[in-house]
Design a protein around this ligand. Structure first.
Ligand code: G
Ligand code: G
Ligand code: MN
Length: 395
């Protein structure tokens, strides 16, 4: 479905879509008519491209209505408005629960449209995944008892040398019926049902054991483990971590705990005490997803972090987006002044890689270098990576 009050734009878009193989295009010159056609329910629309600036009902109102009728297809906004307005419209649509593929700047380039269609197909393929139910806490309790949680590790690269200097531990659940289950489907259940300490114990213990194996194999890696703010409520946590590292034969400086604050903590005394004691034990502390949610300036001020992970929503595409770039550059500058190191997350392509090298991030992590993988795959990944270093401007 395409919606634009300008008949010329509408014809042009229809022609471009036809060239790209879309044989069912529904053009509308008014958002109201488009909405009426949709709510009659005789058409199931996979992708909607709509203009923002329209008389009668504008694109913003239309997006609100799409949310209200529970439109489940994909959405893209095409407009001549400037980038910030487009971005805000995108965000608004997401807030309405719509699947937003992105914004198209008018006049729409054929290549961008082709890209959009590819992503729209990917969206349709992904629908069943989003509809997966949350797991009840009993299932997770059983998984913990049966040892079904497995660690994957994602490489972290020193951007100056290209050397592998660390990994982030990311837990997966090998579910006997459903296969691989990702943490976003069970971490919040764990937090809500008092199982997060058990999850962290399992993940941390295995990560430390693995760190020891890498060390024995001559690989000098810092191993990062994600901890939940709820882990920082138990005052025994620092001693537990220190004892676990000691038992595994891992130096505390080789362990990093990544902390995200997903919700506001009313009482900060416990996390403050715990993080300070972890810092005294020389365990690395990283502020994860920096710039999102509550992972913010106040946390930098109040807690003894020595590393900042710039959230991937700021990194990917920063080389082409001045707002993102401003945020990344400022975060790097601030971290440097505070004596912290900066890890760029979400480096997905060559442009991101070149960007994070130029802007003063210390380390980079992302699909461009390597995805999270089981520990035994790391050696062969390294061989491949070293082979790519030449073309990436690394000696
Ligand atoms: O690969 P990815 O889908 O792994 O991870 C999704 C999110 O889950 C990330 O935000 C990550 O911080 C979180 N996560 C991954 N592993 C753990 C873990 O062991 N403990 C906690 N608390 N969060 C984790
Ligand atoms: O929140 P945390 O930083 O712990 O999240 C790490 C998450 O980011 C994991 O789900 C991991 O699989 C994912 N991830 C890692 N690299 C990339 C990347 O380059 N792009 C995207 N989109 N996600 C990534
Ligand atoms: Mn993390």
């Amino acid at each position: 479905m395409i919606i634009d009050d300008d008949p010329f734009v509408l014809r042009m878009l229809a022609r471009q879509l036809a060239r790209l193989g879309c044989d069912q295009v529904l053009p509308f010159s008014s958002a109201r008519d488009a909405l009426a056609a949709m709510s009659e329910g005789d058409t199931s629309v996979g992708l909607t491209i709509c203009d923002l600036q329209m008389p009668e009902m504008d694109g913003v109102q239309f997006v609100g209505e799409l949310g209200r009728i529970g439109y489940s297809g994909a959405l893209a906004v095409a407009s001549g408005e400037d980038g910030r307005i487009l971005q805000t419209a995108e965000k608004l649509a997401r807030a309405h629960g719509l699947h937003v593929l992105g914004a198209l700047r008018k006049p729409v380039a054929l290549d961008e449209l082709r890209d959009l269609l590819a992503r729209s197909a990917a969206h349709r393929a992904a629908i069943p995944r989003q509809m997966r139910p949350a797991y009840p806490p009993e299932d997770l309790r059983r998984a913990l008892a049966e040892g079904e949680l497995v660690n994957h590790y994602q490489p972290q690269i020193d951007v100056a040398t290209g050397a592998l200097v660390g990994v982030e531990t990311l837990v997966r659940w090998h579910h006997p019926r459903d296969g691989m289950v990702f943490p976003d489907q069970f971490i919040s259940t764990a937090e809500e049902h008092d199982l997060i300490d058990d999850v962290t114990h399992v993940v941390l213990t295995e990560a430390l054991r693995q760190a020891r194996r890498w060390d024995d194999a001559g690989l000098d890696l810092r191993v990062a483990v994600n901890v939940s703010m709820d882990n920082l409520a138990a005052l025994g946590f620092p001693d537990f971590v220190a004892a676990s590292a000691h038992d595994a034969g891992v130096t505390p400086t080789h362990l990093v705990l990544e902390v995200t604050e997903s919700r506001l903590m009313k009482d900060q005394r416990a996390p403050l005490e715990i993080l300070t004691r972890l810092a005294l034990k020389r365990i690395g502390l990283s502020i994860d997803d920096f710039g999102t949610g509550h992972s913010s300036l106040a946390q930098l001020r109040d807690f003894p972090f020595d590393e900042l992970k710039v959230d991937r929503s700021f990194i990917h595409g920063a080389s082409r987006d001045s707002a993102l770039s401003a945020i990344v550059v400022a975060s790097c500058g601030m971290a440097r002044q505070l004596g912290m190191s900066v890890v760029a997350e979400g480096v997905e392509d060559r442009a991101d890689w070149d960007y994070v090298r130029a802007c003063g991030c210390h380390r980079a992590q992302g699909y461009f270098m390597g995805r999270p993988m089981p520990a035994p795959d790391l050696q062969s990944w390294m061989v491949t990576w070293e082979g790519r270093c030449g073309e990436l401007g690394l000696a």
